[in-house]
Structure formats: structure tokens, C-alpha cells
Design a protein around this ligand. Structure first.
Ligand code: GLC
Length: 419
């Protein structure tokens, strides 16, 4: 029998560089990515705690003075990736992008610390990590929710981590592409362009990025000025869960937590309102254009991960999740298959992603054990049958995008080895 656990570990080690790990070993993503590193650290924690903590520490070394942790850190400057360090032209200590990604670090660190005993001499280092994560969360509250609405905004589709989701289509359509825009994509030379974002989308991504740069990535200005400003259910669910876990970490290590507690209650009340009970769907807000977005994206169900106290709502949401696409052999498709925006093979517009399954599985463990078990089994079977890919067709299970994908390997390890 094939030893999948050894294979998963090998993938991580194979993608590992000096203190951090690439998302994959091909040329598609030649840098350190924020939420990838979180998931990757969890994988390492099953066989090398030192690598796990190093992954997080390296990411934190790139934290900006204001508290933001960038979505990409460019440790190696000599790559074909676009947009590279020179066009972002920013960073603190390490060249970076000027935007962030879903803040999973507190969540991951809590899981790691719950299952590992930390030596006394390591405690001050861990406290340091926690303080830096707290600063990151405070940055979100201060700059991404300056009106204290209880919900944070993302200012670029890439900040969501589900870069090419149809969730962003309407706000993106409003963006006028910069005149004389000149750049060369790298991604569609490595992966079949049919599975990657369209050129027009890329033009808009780059336009937003350039605009952020022109404004010197100034977080005070950009909440109001950015060309893109969306309140996303999935992103806010991750942030709420991360805040809840951060509080537990702060308490455990006798650090201050009171301010954060207030924000959590506030978010909890607001996030529930993004669920439309009557229509049984979720509302994402395009704040820039003052429009509601209703797309049946699997990321809306991240709300289960946020552990809302309202059981009735949770049960309704679970019922609706069961109708997303659980009848087929493989799930969850990133967009509901009967929706007109669904595409089987283009990334984030239909395929299955292991991190989405993992997040939803975590959210269901304490709410619907049987369903959680089913998700776990399906996810493990998919990887065993098809390999460690970036994403998969929900129809056939076929793998697409990058191979030897780090977070697929990591989260597979977690699903296989968790107690
Ligand atoms: C893609 C994904 C993003 C991920 C990155 C590296 O850009 O959309 O979520 O972090 O690749 O794997």
C-alpha cells in the first residue's frame, strides 16, 4: 500500500527553502505566501515542530511597522513571477506585496500549541509570536474597519485568497483599466491559461495594485480611496474565528486581551446579518459601489468556522450547505454547480480546494459530527485517489493547477493524524 503520509511529508520538505516553504515546487508561486504558510506550519507540526514555528517566524519577520503581514514575501528576488518585488516596491526588512491575506495564524498557532508541550525556555519566543499576531489583528480593526462596523474590508481580490472567485466580478467590472498598462503575466505560461484568470481580470488586478502603490499603501487613506472595497463573509468569518482563538492564546500566556473581546461581540452580531434568512443565502457588500453581492460561494460557509452562538442559524446554514453539491462523488465545489458563473476547471470558479474543505470541516466538528466525518473522509479519499494538487474538478476529481501543493499535503496530514 502506498504510504501517503510519508509522501505528504516529502512534499513539504521538498518545497522547503531557508526557513519558509513554497506553495508548490513548480514555478507558479516562487515566494512565501501568508495563509499558505499558516496551513504549512500545521502540517510540519506533526513531524517537525521546529520547522512549524520557523515557518511562522519567517512570515512574521516580514510584518510591516504598522502591523500588516503581507500576502507575499519575496525572499528570492530572481524569479519570473509577476507582480514581483520591484513592481510592488515595498516591504519591511523583506521585500513584499502591499496587501494582506486571510489571517489564519492565530488559528493555526492555537492548534499547534494545544497539541504540543512548549519548553519553558521557548515560552518568551511564543509570547513574542502572539504579540505580533495581536498587532496584525489590531491593524485590521484600525485600518480595515475604521468606522467600527464590526466587519473588515478587503481592498484587493487577492486579499481574500480566493483570488478569481465570481464574488468579485461585479466590483471588478466597475474598475477602469489603467491607460497604457504594460506588464507580462507569468502564471499562464506555467499553467494552462484556460484554468487561470482572464486577461481582463489580470488587467484589473494590476490596475488596483498600481493604484495602491500610487497611494504609498497608506492604510489610513486607502479604506476610502481604494478602487476595490468589499466586505466578504468568508474573510470576516476567518477573522472572527482568529480573534476568538487569539483571545484564548492571550489568556493562556497572561497577555492583555480586553479590547479584542469587545470587537468580537460586535463582529458576532454583524456577521449574522450577512446571512439572509428569507432567501437562505449570504450577502457580501461591495462598499465601494454600495451594492450587495449574492454568489453561492463555498467560502460563505466559512461562517460555520466562526462558531456563531446562534444554534438555529447554524442549523439552517448546515442544511443549506448540504444542498451545495454533496450528492456527487466529490465535494465541495467552490461555486455551486448550478450557478451560471460556475466553471469546472478555472481556478476559484468551481473546483474543489482542500483548504476550503478543511475550514468547513473544522467548523462542523462541534455542530454536526456525522457530516464532519463525511467531509473528512471524502477529502482524504480525493487526495489519495488523485494526488496532491492545487485544486480538483468536482465532477471527475481530476487535479489541476500546481502539483505537489504544500497546503494540500499539510492539511491532508492534519486530517489523517489529528487526534
Ligand atoms: C493563489 C491562490 C492563493 C494562494 C496562492 C499561493 O494565488 O489564489 O490563495 O495563497 O495562490 O498558493
Amino acid at each position: 500500500m502506498k504510504d501517503f503520509i510519508t509522501e505528504a511529508k516529502k512534499i513539504l520538505i521538498g518545497n522547503r527553502k531557508d526557513g519558509y516553504t513554497l506553495p508548490t515546487n513548480n514555478k507558479l508561486y516562487p515566494a512565501q505566501w501568508n495563509w499558505d504558510s499558516g496551513f504549512i506550519a500545521l502540517g510540519y507540526s506533526y513531524f517537525n515542530l521546529k520547522f512549524a514555528l520557523e515557518e511562522i517566524k519567517t512570515l512574521l519577520r516580514g510584518q510591516w511597522k504598522d502591523g500588516m503581514i503581507p500576502h507575499i514575501l519575496f525572499h528570492d528576488l530572481n524569479t519570473n513571477y509577476y507582480p514581483n518585488h520591484s513592481v510592488w516596491a515595498c516591504g519591511n526588512k523583506i521585500h513584499s506585496s502591499g496587501i494582506t491575506q486571510p489571517p489564519v495564524l492565530a488559528i493555526i498557532l492555537k492548534i499547534i500549541l494545544d497539541k504540543n508541550k512548549i519548553k519553558d525556555k521557548e515560552i518568551s519566543k511564543i509570547k513574542n509570536i502572539i504579540k505580533k499576531i495581536k498587532k496584525y489583528h489590531e491593524w485590521f480593526i484600525k485600518y480595515r474597519d475604521p468606522n467600527n462596523s464590526g466587519l473588515v474590508s478587503i481592498l484587493h481580490p487577492w486579499e481574500s485568497g480566493y483570488d478569481n472567485s465570481p464574488l468579485w466580478d461585479e466590483p471588478m467590472n466597475k474598475i477602469k483599466v489603467e491607460k497604457n498598462l504594460k506588464y507580462k503575466r507569468g502564471d499562464n505560461k506555467v499553467v494552462n491559461p484556460k484554468y487561470r484568470p482572464l486577461d481582463i481580470d489580470y488587467d484589473r488586478y494590476v490596475t488596483i495594485k498600481n493604484h495602491l502603490r500610487k497611494n504609498k499603501y497608506n492604510p489610513k487613506k486607502l479604506y476610502n480611496k481604494s478602487l476595490f472595497n468589499v466586505v466578504d463573509v468568508g474573510f470576516n468569518s476567518i477573522f472572527l474565528k482568529a480573534n476568538k482563538d487569539l483571545i484564548k492564546l492571550l489568556k493562556k500566556f497572561n497577555l492583555k486581551y480586553k479590547d479584542l473581546q469587545k470587537y468580537i461581540s460586535h463582529s458576532e452580531n454583524k456577521i449574522i446579518k450577512l446571512y439572509d434568512k428569507k432567501k437562505n443565502n449570504f450577502i457580501n457588500f461591495d462598499l465601494k459601489n454600495k451594492k450587495k453581492i449574492r454568489i453561492p460561494s463555498i467560502t460563505n460557509y466559512f461562517v460555520l468556522f466562526a462558531d456563531l452562538k446562534d444554534k438555529k442559524i447554524n442549523n439552517k446554514i448546515i442544511k443549506s450547505l448540504k444542498k451545495h453539491n454533496t450528492k456527487g462523488k466529490f465535494f465541495f465545489s467552490s461555486v455551486k454547480p448550478n450557478h451560471y458563473k460556475f466553471e469546472e476547471k478555472r481556478y476559484w470558479r468551481g473546483p474543489i480546494w482542500i483548504n476550503c474543505n478543511w475550514i468547513i470541516y473544522q467548523g462542523l466538528k462541534n455542530k454536526d459530527k456525522n457530516f464532519a466525518k463525511k467531509i473528512k473522509k471524502k477529502t482524504i479519499d480525493l487526495v489519495k485517489e488523485k494526488g496532491f494538487h492545487e485544486y480538483y474538478s468536482y465532477k471527475t476529481g481530476e487535479g489541476f493547477g500546481a502539483n505537489n501543493f504544500s497546503w494540500t499535503a499539510s492539511l491532508f496530514l492534519d486530517l489523517m493524524l489529528e487526534r
